[in-house]
Design a protein around this ligand. Structure first.
Ligand SMILES: C[S@@+](CC[C@H](N)C(=O)[O-])C[C@H]1O[C@@H](n2cnc3c(N)ncnc32)[C@H](O)[C@@H]1O
Length: 279
């Protein structure tokens, strides 16, 4: 397994607690590590907020709400009835969408084996796993084999509109790995009548000032690896998504999405990818 895959797990704990702290998650998805990290960094975060500087909470909440809003819209318009959340970590989205949409939605959470196992145990123990909600081991870098996205998609209904989501994943991988993931995602989604891909993405152009770069360095140190800013701007990212096989692609600024509401400093650092296959 790539070293970066293991190293980025601590942030999943932090994010899991941040969602819970802001009333967006369930206690069952909170870990002691997440609570500890969040509370340890809270004074710094508060100070930055007072000074109008970017905070992790600012972009974490904005990206999550933006992606929730876009997924909700696709479901309500009948474009999507199946969701694969790749590298789900402690994301509450599967639990939240299943409790609201019930049997109308099939939801698969996927992550590396150790994380998938932990997530499954937590959901099961708290009685949060409804029929049609699964947690499965997957390696987003695998082209084939039992851990690949292609194998996971074999178990879904090929006649249903399907979404793939990645959150907090792309910027830890180099450009070639992201290209590979996008090619795999587009190929898998093309097997369904309509495909939707949602992801957060940090672009170089929106991360230029000294305080923004300092923030990126802090995050890199936290995950013991480099944060990659693969694309300079939206146009470059859209061209890559089209080259990977998506029929249409757009990049949203979460601050401009009506579903997101009020944002904190830091929201300006993140963008949200919405790419589609099919008509
Ligand atoms: C930074 S966390 C993000 C988790 C969650 N989506 C969030 O926003 O907090 C990254 C997640 O990616 C998972 N991950 C890392 N490499 C992966 C890979 N190659 N395939 C699938 N998941 C991977 C980790 O196990 C971890 O749960």
């Amino acid at each position: 397994m790539a070293r970066s895959s293991e190293a980025i797990s601590p942030t999943a704990h932090y994010t899991g607690y941040a969602w819970f702290h802001h009333g967006m998650s369930h206690e069952a998805l909170v870990t002691p590590q997440g609570r500890l990290l969040f509370n340890a960094l809270r004074p710094l975060s508060k100070l930055a907020q007072v000074r109008g500087r970017p905070t992790a909470e600012g972009f974490l909440l904005a990206r999550h709400r933006a992606m929730d809003g876009l997924l909700e819209q696709a479901i309500s318009e009948g474009r999507v009835t199946q969701v694969i959340e790749v590298a789900a970590g402690f994301s509450p989205r599967g639990w939240d969408f299943k409790r609201r949409h019930g049997s109308r939605l099939r939801y698969v959470e996927a992550d590396l084996p150790h994380m998938a196992e932990r997530k499954l145990q937590r959901l099961e123990r708290a009685g949060l796993l409804l029929p049609g909600h699964r947690v499965q081991a997957l390696d987003a870098l695998a082209d084939s084999g039992p851990m690949s996205l292609s194998a996971l998609a074999d178990r879904l209904d090929p006649a249903q509109g399907t979404a793939i989501i990645t959150e907090g994943l792309l910027n830890y991988f180099d450009r070639e790995s992201v290209r590979g993931m996008w090619r795999r995602f587009a190929a898998v989604l093309s097997r369904f009548p309509q495909g939707l891909y949602l992801s957060d993405l940090h672009l170089a152009r929106e991360n230029r000032t000294e305080s923004q770069r300092a923030f990126a360095r802090m995050l890199s140190a936290f995950v013991r690896g480099r944060l990659h800013l693969h694309f300079s701007d939206s146009e470059e990212a859209i061209a890559e998504l089209r080259a990977a096989g998506f029929d249409t692609a757009g990049i949203h600024d979460p601050r401009q999405l009506p579903q997101v509401g009020r944002t904190q400093p830091g929201a300006e650092l993140v963008r949200v990818v919405e790419a589609r296959t099919g008509p």
